[in-house]
Design a protein around this ligand. Structure first.
Ligand SMILES: [Fe+2]
Ligand SMILES: [Fe+2]
Length: 163
């Protein structure tokens, strides 16, 4: 069993997701210079897949027990922001699919990073310490397993996604 706290594992996932988006955005910038290939969208796609799974595990396994323990308002804010993040990712998928130009995609990546920063900077100090304190050992172990190799069900959408 992992001795790492849930919050440490979840915060690491935040950094990995940010890192993938940043890597892709940096590649877009390099692509604007002569003799550079267009940025490979693989790091962005991987980061968005990771973010969707991260949102899934929070909404399905972490928020419900915290809500039940009285943390209604902070959880409500997190759910609303997840919906905005989800919609921003759908917008980025559309831009990639239609071959939008690099500066438009760059702006959308920066927007997603700003939203993530605003979200994570509340979630990490307010929500995660409560998850560490309140989830049972069994629930915590299950979440560590999910973080290692769990999959989001096909077609799952977060509660407040509008698309
Ligand atoms: Fe979140
Ligand atoms: Fe999170």
């Amino acid at each position: 069993m992992s001795t790492e706290t849930l919050s440490a594992a979840l915060e690491r996932e935040h950094r990995e997701i940010d890192g993938g988006i940043e890597e892709y955005a940096a590649g877009l910038e390099a692509g604007a210079e002569p003799d550079h290939d267009a940025a490979d969208p693989a790091p962005l796609r991987r980061a968005m897949e990771g973010l969707r799974r991260h949102i899934y595990l929070e909404e399905e396994f972490i928020f419900p027990p915290l809500k039940a323990s009285g943390l209604m308002m902070p959880v409500f804010v997190m759910l609303r922001e997840h919906g905005e993040l989800w919609d921003a990712m759908s917008g980025l998928d559309d831009l990639l699919a239609t071959g939008a130009n690099a500066s438009v995609i760059q702006t959308a990546c920066q927007d997603l990073l700003l939203r993530l920063d605003a979200h994570n900077s509340k979630e990490e100090p307010v929500i995660y310490p409560q998850a560490d304190a309140q989830l049972s050992d069994e629930a915590t172990a299950r979440l560590h397993d999910f973080l290692a190799d769990g999959r989001m069900p096909d077609g799952w959408k977060c509660e407040k996604a509008t698309r």
